[in-house]
Design a protein around this ligand. Structure first.
Ligand code: PHE
Ligand code: ZN
Length: 853
């Protein structure tokens, strides 16, 4: 790799120019687009004479400074920089350039999703549209004019409020948008197309009327109602919980099929992956509905945390992402079940972030350097970032946290700031000293807390030792400061006391006096800190039955199941105490979605994270044996719960209906590990008669795993019904790619030729190739064929879309922890990828880190 440049946080320098206003005109043609960019520039650093603009793959047509057209000797365009020599201190610059959206397969800058023109500019896409100071601390007021064929592109959108539209004689029309709020270029957006639209309205607390629009492909309008409802719920919630109102006349959302990520918060014009907009009971699962609600909220919340107050530089990404994820998680918890939401969030954190934090790509929530910023939209920056904000919320308490966010908005509105500015506001408004807490921003890897207990003379003592792994560069890291919510309970589960301890030292003890008997400790309640607990002496069987904290109860069931499976992997018999405790859970009278969660056995990912040298075969074998045993022992009970809650005609997404579906599908899945014949019948009937996608997908997945005739017929039926709906076809590909059955890799390879599959559409690549790369059984097969296949795909897709390719390369992150045989094959494949001609810096950065270890 030539020209890989690493960017360092410590090298940050203020911008040398300011762009007061920018006026953009886009003329859209089928083969190309002409951009006219007029900027009002002010020099901030008097000592510079040249102006350097970011500029990638642009064809320059004309450059003007004030009224003077520049000769070619006045500027240099090379290495992604356009340098204009000797500029005055205050001037207008006009640049005309051509771009080719139709050929843009990276999906950054201006590109086409089907027949729709759309943009994606975070973090550094804008420089693929026009030369600019493409960095988040340059904020300007944008005016955007779009000119296109009226018939093909009746809808022309950009940020802000609509200023004027006019029709021309030559079948073209033009629309101008004006966004009064200064913003960085990464929040710029443009959309042009022949789109369907759902329209609604919202009145803010101070009485402003806002027009709400969701645009989608024509014919999909009826699938936008859940997204619209979620948008209005988000607007109300942000007013009530954070005192934040919306600040433009219009809020537009556009759903497109080709999108690298989930969605993007462009000011007043969010662009969404259609996966997070379109849904009805026939096409979307309950999980999809929840996902839409949270992503709609997430993007809406960015209007204040991200847009009004933005990041000084990309190292500050968690400033907006960690905070906004915490906000969307709180929103979902308020609107749905708080306990289920917390467990789902922690599950996601552990499966993605803990794995990342234990890998060679581990980084602090505020990274110190990057080669490709695209690689840092990670579970660490987002999910661990949200846990860090959650801890601040716990340390400050509800009231002071609100005072502190008010102060944050008041102090920094309209500015591009740092995580330190945020911490300043948190600390200033509450009086809480966050100096030591700040380590969460700069250190990496998951901290461990070792627990020792002692009871004598009525005094119970907890001794807690922080075990902090070294940094990724092997430097010693310091102890953290965090809240540890705990309780002492008696042998009937009653609380003796509940407290939030502050952990801050390498080792410290906490004593509780005047106790008549030895209490049982319930630790890290609600998962108050993102740590790994090591508690050898704890009675998890007791806690999983009796703890009143729904999180610790769930957690204890997981830990007990993990211990049971690990013992089986060492050749021991199934622990009968676990089996009987599991039976106890089956009889619980609790929220059904919660019950479905505590009945789930630990994931393969959870089990693998605890191994020194990962052996997937052993994990699968033990886990399957345990499920089989539970299914056999509790057959009748599982069946009766299934029957009680199987209501094929109830299709709504109320929490009761979703709860029924969760618990009965959990039971069906457990049963499916043992009773093949009977279960095939139940699953077939469920597939045939249920009216929701949730039920259909579970049934189809179970049938698929049998590989028998009923599987083939259900799969064929599903394909026939949904082959014109790509969002649903993603689910079809995922089921086949995640399959445990023999021959999965061959089927995945063959599916690439399916007429529905398209390597240029990220959702499809993720559901076929991406899901296969997380199919531990087949991807890590000892013959190395899974690795070879993925390496080949990475090389191929890198030429189309580097961001997609580096995402796929992430599947190799467990390299350092896998057994030696697999490691050797991976090394060989990754070296092959690295030696590829003109590899992107995205893929280079990830693979280089993995191999360096
Ligand atoms: N900023 C987006 C979000 O978190 C994510 C995103 C990043 C989308 C980069 C596209 C590209 O909501
Ligand atoms: Zn975000």
């Amino acid at each position: 790799m030539e020209d890989v440049k690493e960017v360092f946080l410590k090298d940050y320098k203020k911008p040398e120019y300011e762009i007061k206003e920018v006026d953009l005109t886009f003329e859209l043609y089928e083969e190309y687009t002409t951009v006219t960019n007029v900027m009002q520039m002010h020099k901030l650093n008097k000592d510079t004479s040249d102006l350097e603009l970011n500029s990638i793959d642009l064809e320059l047509v004309e450059l003007w400074i004030n009224d003077l057209k520049l000769k070619e000797t006045r500027y240099i365009y090379k290495n992604e920089k356009l340098t204009i020599l000797n500029v005055p201190s205050k001037f207008t610059i006009k640049i005309i350039n051509t771009i080719y959206p139709d050929k843009n397969t990276e999906l950054e800058g201006l590109y086409k999703s089907g027949s729709i023109f759309c943009t994606q500019n975070e973090p550094e896409g804008f420089r693929r549209i026009t030369p600019y100071l493409d960095r988040p601390d340059v904020m300007s007021v944008f005016t955007t004019t779009i000119i296109a064929e009226q018939e093909k592109y009746p809808i022309l959108l950009s940020n802000g409020n609509k200023k004027q539209c006019s029709e021309f004689m030559n079948s073209k029309h033009e629309v101008t948008w004006y966004d009064p709020h200064p913003k960085p270029s990464y929040l710029f957006a443009l959309v042009a197309g022949d789109l369907g639209c759902v329209n609604d309205a919202f009145t803010t607390a101070s009485g402003e009327g806002i027009e709400l629009n969701i645009y989608c492909d024509k014919g999909n309008e009826s699938k936008c109602s859940h997204a619209m409802k979620s948008l209005k719920e988000s607007m109300t919630w942000d007013e009530e919980k954070y005192g934040r109102e919306y600040d433009l006349e219009i809020y537009n959302i556009v759903a497109v099929d080709s999108f690298n990520m989930g969605a993007m918060e462009n000011k007043g014009l969010n662009i969404f992956n259609s996966h997070y907009v379109l849904a009805n009971e026939d096409t979307a699962t309950d999980a999809n509905f929840m996902g839409i609600q949270s992503v709609i909220a997430h993007e809406y919340f960015h209007n204040w945390t991200g847009n009004r107050i933005t990041c000084r530089d990309w190292f500050q990404l968690t400033l907006k992402e960690g905070l906004t994820v915490f906000r969307d998680q709180s929103f979902s918890a308020d609107l749905n079940s708080r306990e289920v939401q917390r467990i789902e969030d922690v599950k996601a954190l552990r499966e993605r972030q803990f794995v990342e934090d234990a890998s060679p790509t581990s980084h602090p929530i505020q990274p110190k350097s990057y080669i490709s910023m695209n690689n840092f939209y990670t579970a660490t920056v987002y999910e661990k970032g949200a846990e860090v904000i959650r801890m601040i919320h716990t340390l400050l308490g509800v009231e002071d946290y609100r005072k502190a966010t008010d102060l944050y908005f008041e102090s920094f509105d309209g500015q591009a700031v740092t995580t330190n500015d945020f911490l300043w506001a948190m600390s200033k408004a509450s009086g809480v000293d966050l100096t030591q807490f700040e380590r969460w921003y700069h250190q990496n890897a998951t901290p461990v807390l070792q627990v020792k207990e002692n009871f004598s003379d009525g005094v119970y003592t907890l001794t807690l030792t922080q075990n902090i792994p070294n940094s990724i560069d092997n430097e010693i890291q310091e102890p953290y400061y965090y809240p540890l919510k705990m309780a002492l309970i008696d042998n009937e589960g009653n609380e003796i006391l509940e407290e939030t301890l502050i952990i801050s030292k390498d080792e410290e003890s906490f004593s509780f006096e005047n106790l008549a008997f030895k209490p049982i400790v319930s630790l890290n309640r609600d998962f108050s800190a993102p740590i790994i607990l090591e508690q050898e002496s704890t009675d998890f069987a007791f806690l999983m039955k009796h703890d009143k904290n729904s999180f610790v109860r769930y957690e204890s069931a997981q830990v007990f199941a993990t211990q049971t499976i690990e013992a089986m992997m060492k050749g021991e018999n199934i622990d009968q105490e676990f089996v009987s405790s599991y039976g106890y859970l089956l009889d619980l009278d609790v929220d059904l979605s919660y019950k479905a969660l505590i009945l789930e056995l630990p994931s393969v990912s959870t089990l693998m994270q605890r191994q020194e040298s990962i052996d997937f075969d052993a994990i699968y074998k033990a886990k399957e044996e345990l499920s089989k045993h539970l299914a056999a022992v509790y057959e009748n009970k599982l069946l009766s719960i299934y029957i009680e809650h199987h209501k094929p005609s109830s299709i709504d997404i109320s929490s009761e209906s979703m709860g029924s579906r969760s618990i009965k599908n959990r039971c069906l899945r457990i049963l499916s590990s043992s009773l093949q014949g009977k279960i095939t019948e139940l699953a077939s009937a469920q597939y045939d008669h249920s009216l929701t996608m949730t039920d259909r997908i579970v049934a189809l997945d179970i049938l698929e795993s049998t590989g028998n005739e009923s599987a083939t017929s259900a799969l064929n039926d599903f394909y026939r019904k949904y082959k014109n709906d790509t969002l649903v076809m993603n689910k079809y590909f995922s089921i086949l790619a995640a399959s445990d059955r023999e021959g999965t890799l061959d089927r995945v390879m063959a599916l690439q030729n399916d007429e529905v599959y398209d390597e240029k559409v990220p959702n499809l690549v993720r559901s076929l190739i991406g899901v296969f790369a997380r199919n531990y059984k087949h991807f890590h097969a000892k013959d190395g064929k899974g690795y070879k296949f993925l390496a080949h795909k990475i090389i191929e897709i890198d030429k189309i879309n580097p961001q997609m390719a580096s995402g796929l390369a992430g599947a190799f992150k467990i390299y350092a922890k896998i057994n030696k045989i697999n490691q050797k094959i991976i090394k060989c494949e990754l070296e092959r990828v690295l030696s590829t001609h003109s590899l992107s810096k995205n893929v280079y950065e990830i693979i280089n880190k993995i191999l360096k270890l």
